[in-house]
Write a protein that binds this ligand. Structure first.
Ligand code: XBP
Ligand code: MG
Length: 245
């Protein structure tokens, strides 16, 4: 029996490689609004340092199209709503799979009474769309707390979303584990006093994860064994055993 009472998952990049779908949805919303913006992969990688879609658009226009700031700023909430609808439609059409081991870990937690939660910068609608499309609608009820989007004003790397989730979970930080893929997410989780397992993703590989307890490629098989909660507890005890794998 491990001391892990709750698993708290980031969404984008951690549950699934969703950022490409976000990027496409942003570009579709820009085109539909008649804006001549197109975010390619290299630009999007840099823009990911700003968490939150609305915040990312505001940052982009201030840097790349400063003369348009006055005209575009009031359009951002509507652009983001349109982007969110387009993202959810693409997710619902089944264009995405969970990363290795995620489904098994979530099911194990659900079946063994380890609490499940989400702490993400993305909108609640997007979390629901992803969980429904991958684990099925009933899995939404497996999560005791879903912390998403604007429920806290300061997004990652601020620890606020993790603190918000922990308070509602009723679990002390030292009994929970956060799963993240990005430096901003790692800093948020560490700032909330959580132990952290980082699985770098397509857009986040190569970043500095030195504050993480464990860094592994993914949560699929490890040394030929499936990654179970007990193995994660052992990694955390030995701190960093999975590092660099
Ligand atoms: C995810 C984000 C989000 C998504 C877009 O970060 O930064 O902004 O890119 O989602 P994390 P929205 O994985 O650390 O939560 O457009 O819904 O904000
Ligand atoms: Mg992420």
């Amino acid at each position: 029996m491990s001391d892990i009472e709750a698993l708290i998952f980031d969404v984008d990049g951690t549950l699934a490689e969703t950022e490409e779908i976000h990027r496409l949805a942003f570009n579709m919303a820009f085109a539909a609004a008649g804006l001549e913006w197109e975010w390619d992969r290299d630009l999007y990688r840099r823009l990911l340092s700003v968490t939150g879609g609305k915040e990312r658009m505001a940052h982009y226009v201030s840097r790349h199209d400063p003369e348009a700031v006055e005209h575009v700023t009031p359009l951002i909430p509507g652009l983001h709503r349109d982007k969110t609808v387009r993202y959810a439609e693409m997710i619902a059409s089944g264009e995405i799979a969970l990363r290795p081991g995620i489904s098994e870990l979530i099911r194990e937690a659900h079946e063994t009474g380890v609490k499940l939660a989400i702490a993400t910068t993305t909108s609640a609608q997007n979390v629901e769309a992803l969980i429904k499309a991958t684990l099925g609608a009933e899995a939404l009820g497996w999560f005791a707390v879903i912390g998403a989007g604007d429920v806290v004003p300061a997004k990652k790397p601020a620890p606020d979303i993790y603190l918000w989730v922990l308070e509602r979970l009723g679990v002390p930080a030292e009994k929970a584990v956060a799963f993240e893929d990005s430096r901003n997410g790692l800093l948020a989780a560490v700032g909330a006093g959580l132990r952290t397992v980082v699985t770098p993703g397509l857009y986040t590989g190569g970043a500095d994860f030195s504050e993480a307890d464990v860094v592994v490629d993914d949560l699929g098989d490890f040394d030929g064994r499936p990654v179970r909660i007990a193995l994660i507890a052992r990694w955390l005890e030995e701190r960093g055993v999975g590092e660099g794998e």
